[in-house]
Write a protein that binds this ligand. Structure first.
Ligand code: FAD
Length: 385
């Protein structure tokens, strides 16, 4: 059985590896000639790590990951801890560690773990047709491929999504801008083994350790969409938005490299249920785009890949029926993740300032139990428990 996979991002490569493991011949077609991931790093939570373990990548992922042994929220003016607690109870409950990783390194690992001759770059899908025996796909260089089924992991701007749903899908602006990048660890900004987040004014500044003595940093600011800001003004922009914030935040802004700092207007997509049309299935951001507020978009793409492989592994049902089972098993899970992230997004970014103020107050009384319980629930809702 030949699978065509569209997109060589986290979702597409995880799907290729997962299908390869259960005997499918999966060929990946990627639009760009060279992958340049949007965003500097991602946190792979234990539900995602378990999926990568399933794909045979346990040791290399651990090697890429930072040591996030502690978690702390800090007051934006004083820089003092509002709460600080160990992540050990989470790890012992869910059975795996979270790993913040440089995105380009995770992407490279996924690509290098799959046979190079089965990944075709510079192939942008422009048309799909299916019949009773299979799926045909055409690329904008006039070439063409055919397989028994097609997995569309072509991201949040998916073109295949319109084919599956029958109409275009709007993305929803979540109301804030995120700047992110990598910087050398400086313990005067935050401890090297801690996920540290400075919060205030509906904004946040966060640092997570990744391998090779680097912090993944990000800044969030509630802003209107479409401002004329870019790399050339990033330091001044951040200095303005974070005027009066604690000295470590100022040091971080001084330390970042504007040339490698990304600026992203954050969006999601209203959850929808149509992931499958006959022999064509959506996977990853193409099927469910979430704000990054609970760090689960990429993890959910990995989960999709594991579930897809599990429904196809027995070869006992028709392809169409197997893909419908994949849709059934993913619909509620990813809807839950999108809505949880949206709720977290609104509280963090002061959609209702009173609710956000109450959250800041609650953080000063937090001993970790509530925060970790919420994280564990999200993690354990994944397909590998
Ligand atoms: P993508 O990574 O977008 O890959 C899609 C691929 O398809 C691309 O390579 C693209 O070039 C290709 N493509 C597009 N169109 C076509 C076409 N027509 N033909 C062929 N190929 C095509 N997730 C987490 O789990 N943890 C985090 O901490 C986290 N942090 C985030 C922070 C930010 C700021 C953002 C924006 C997202 C974050 N995410 C996080 C979400 C995560 O990045 C995405 O969910 C994940 O990248 C989705 O993977 P994907 O493979 O579905 O899509």
């Amino acid at each position: 059985m030949k699978a065509i996979i569209i997109g060589a991002g986290i979702g597409g490569m995880s799907a290729a590896l997962a299908l390869g493991r259960c005997g499918y011949d999966a060929e990946v077609y990627e639009a760009v000639k060279e992958i340049r991931p949007v965003g500097a790093a991602i946190s792979v939570w234990p539900n995602g790590v378990k999926c990568l373990n399933y794909l045979g990548l346990r040791d290399p992922v651990k090697a890429l990951g930072g040591n996030m042994a502690w978690m702390a929220y800090r007051d934006y003016i004083s820089g003092n801890n509002m709460t600080r607690f160990s992540m050990a109870p989470l790890v012992s409950r869910v059975g795996e560690s979270p790993y913040p990783v440089a995105r380009a390194e995770l992407q490279q690992l996924l690509i290098e773990s799959y046979p190079a001759e089965k990944i075709h770059f510079g192939k942008r899908v422009c048309r799909i047709e299916q019949d009773a025996e299979g799926v045909s796909v055409w690329f904008d260089d006039q070439s063409h491929a055919r397989g028994d089924f097609l997995i569309a992991a072509d991201g949040t701007h998916s073109v295949v999504r319109e084919y599956v749903r029958g109409f275009p899908t709007e993305r929803r602006y979540a109301g804030y801008v995120n700047w992110n990048g990598l910087v050398s660890i400086d313990e005067s900004i935050a401890p090297a083994n801690q996920w540290t987040t400075y919060v205030g004014e509906g904004k946040r500044v966060s640092l997570m350790p990744v391998s090779d003595n680097r912090f993944y940093f990000f800044f969030d600011v509630p802003l209107p969409k479409g401002l004329q800001e870019d790399r050339s003004t990033v330091r001044e922009d951040l200095k303005g938005y974070f005027r009066g914030w604690a000295p470590p935040v100022q040091r971080l802004i001084d330390a970042i490299d504007p040339q490698t700092t990304n600026r992203v207007e954050i969006h999601d997509i209203e959850p929808f249920m149509e992931f499958v049309k006959g022999r064509v299935a959506l996977l990853g951001d193409a099927a469910h785009s979430t704000t990054p507020d609970i760090g689960q978009g990429g993890c959910a793409a990995m989960e999709d890949a594991v579930v897809l492989a599990s429904v196809l592994a027995s070869h006992s049902l028709s392809l169409e029926d197997s893909l419908l089972r994949y849709q059934q098993r993913r619909n509620e899970r990813v809807k839950d993740l999108i809505l949880k992230a949206r709720k977290r997004c609104d509280v963090t970014h002061a959609k209702d300032p009173q609710v956000t103020e109450a959250w800041y107050q609650a953080l000063t009384r937090e001993d970790g139990v509530n925060v970790l319980a919420g994280m564990c629930e999200t993690i354990e809702g994944g397909p590998l428990g």
